[in-house]
Every structure is written in structure tokens, then in C-alpha cells.
Design a binder for this molecule. Sequence first.
Ligand code: CTP
Length: 420
Amino acid sequence: MNASSSRSVLLVISGSIAACKSPDILRLLKMADIQTRCVLTQGGAKFVTPSTLQTLSDSPVAMDLFPSHETESTMQHITLARWADLVLVCPASAHLLARMAHGLADDLASTLLLATTAPIIAVPAMNTHMWEHPATQHNVTTLKQRGVHIVPPAYGFMACGETGFGRMPEPSVIVDEVLTFFRTQKQKTGPLAGVKVLVTAGPTHEPLDPIRYIANRSSGKQGYAIAEAFADQGALVTLVSGPVTIPPPAGVRVILCETARDMHKAVMTTCPYDIAICTAAVADWRPETQENQKIKKPDTPKTNTSAPYSLTLVENPDILAELSHPSPLRPRLVIGFAAETENLIPHAQAKLHRKGCDWLIANDVSPAHQVMGGDHNKIFLLSRHDNKIEAWDTLPKTDIACRLVHHVLTCESAWRSSSK
Ligand code: CTP
């Protein structure tokens, strides 16, 4: 299940060596559940084949303004221009940028770029001197003034052997621009427009000394997926994350932190929120003292058995319990997670009432289930107000996230109609 499958991007690929990266862009757009179609210029076709693009976009690649086959429409420039929610010109060669700036319509790509009323993102990629040439810079300024969003080229080593600005940014950076565009649009029109959502995610690290810490195996994947799913429906999402290896999601405010106390501070200083989802595996305790220098082993002769080293731990603030506490600032919906390794439901029920949140999502994180660090999850959703327990099938974490958002939307509309 994905709530955002109606988004469509028309990828216009022009003649730059960076066109060879367009299959990666199509793959990432597909993974984000965005429909794609491709227009390939004659120059673009020197660097990537139509059949590769057709395979990845699941549709024929358009190349000609006046197709040779009678079955193909001569109005493709209009149908494609109307089909797209967004036109992504990537890579945008110096020549295509110039034709766009001057309103030329001498091939399919340039003609549909005149015909479309959809927003346009252009990603220039070319040799540094071509990029810095006053003619190109003038064309880029003209296009920006007309509302075309330009993703500036990156700095680095280029295929021509020079180093400088002109490289196409990595495909993930370009796809993040596309996702940010759609999420920003949804913040005006989506079902959760104007709703402030907090997601905590990942583990916390509790330092012992400058190089050691106490941590847990949380990857942050479930929390990050939930943050993205809420953003896809137009919510203003703040993701407060412990140390993870996942890149920050597009169109989401991300606050990175290390310890439970950092996470607590980040949450409390950014309140209030309408909805809070605490997925973070917050360390319950931290070492009472953090040494300024590396803790050394006692200098005892090897023959002696050294004495055990003991740590004193003190309790960390409980973010979920504090958010759930009745107060004028309490989010209207507080959702916690229960990571358990035994007696899942009884422990989760006790936790739900102890913390005072509205819903608790219980999952079994025993190593055998491979939930921590894995891509799938099996959850039970417990509701405090009606004592209901829903068992969900094992699903990818991204699908759990979409289903959770759908559940929130369903409940919110029921609450709205019952309070009328
Ligand atoms: N939580 C929190 N702050 C803490 C500890 C936990 O916000 N200091 C939140 C987690 O984000 C999660 C829920 O509380 O939503 C339950 O976390 P879990 O680790 O399962 O439970 P604990 O409260 O730590 O209880 P226990 O360790 O006894 O299972």
C-alpha cells in the first residue's frame, strides 16, 4: 500500500554524458512510487539507450516530434505535457537550456517544454567553462526568473578530465529534490496539511568516555519510513533522530542528536505538536559520570586477576511518558512503540497504561525475528481508549508506515465527524 502513487514525473534527458545516470534516477523514482515517462533527445540517445529507459519506466520512450510510425500520435508534445505533474529536465545540456530560455521548439523535448504548464526542475550538467560561460549563466537566470527550479551542478572531477562546477549531482540528491517538491505541494493540499508531526527515531548513544558509549541495535528504519509517509500526506514533520546511517528524508525537518538527554531537549524545545510518534529506542539509563579521558585498565601485573569494573547508571528522562502527560501542550495523538523480547502483549499493555500514550505499537525484537536492522516488521496496535488490539501482517517497514498514516487519517476523520 502506498498513499502517494498518483505522482507522475516526465524525465527529459538531453545530450550530456551524465545521461548515463538516468537509469539510476528512474530506479529511485520507482522505489519512491512515482510514475515516470521519458523523453530522449537525439543527443541524449548517444549516452543512454531507449530500451534501458523503457524497461525502467515501464512505458515507451518518446523521441520524435513527428513519429515515423503511423500508430504514434503527432500530438505527443501535448499529451506528455499534460500527463506530467512535474517535468524533470535531467541532465539539462547547455544547448537545451539555451533553447528553453529562447523559447525554441525544434524537437519534441523543447516543444513540450513550451507546451507544459507543469512545474519544471532542470538539472544542468556540462563542462565547467560551458557552465560558467556568460551565455549559459544568462539563460539560467532567465529560466529561474520564469519559475524553473534549477538544481545547481556539483563540484568535482568530470568526464572531460577537468575539475570544477558542472557535474550532475548524485541521483539520490536529484530524487530528493523531486520528493521535496511533491511534499511541499502536499503541505498546501494534502489530507494532513497544517498538521505538525513529531517522529523520534533510532538509538541513543550514552557516552562512557570520549570514545566509548552504551547503545542498542535500532537502525531507525521504521521511524524514518513513518516520517516519510506522514510527509507524503502533507504533514509538517520534525524527525528527531539518534545516530543512524540512513540519509535524512527529503522535505522533513531533521534534528540529529546523540544522547537521550539531547533527544529529550530537542523534543521539548520544539513542542507543541499535533501528533507524536515515538519510535526511538531511547536508552533507559546513562553512566552517572562521563570521563573526559579514555578509561584505562588498572595497572596490575598480568598474573593478578583484575577486580571487576562497575558502572553506576542513572535513569534518563522518558520522552514518551512526558509527551503523554495531560497538559495544554499534549499532542492530540501520542503513539509509542514497545520493543519486547518476551510476553509481547502483556508487556505492551502494561507499557501503554504506564506511559499514558493513546496507541502503542508492539513488536517482538528478539534476534530470531530480525526486526532490528531488518526491512520488515510484524506489529500489534494497542489502543488505550477502547482496549482494542489489532494484529497486522508481516510487512515491509515502508508499508507499515503507510498503513499507520492511513489508520491515523481514518481515526482523525471519525473523531472530526463525531465531534460535530
Ligand atoms: N521511550 C522514551 N524515552 C525513554 C524510554 C522510552 O520516549 N527514556 C519511548 C520509546 O520511544 C518507545 C516507548 O517509550 O516509544 C517504549 O520504549 P521501550 O524501550 O520499549 O520501553 P521502556 O520504556 O524503555 O521500558 P522497558 O525497557 O522496561 O521495556
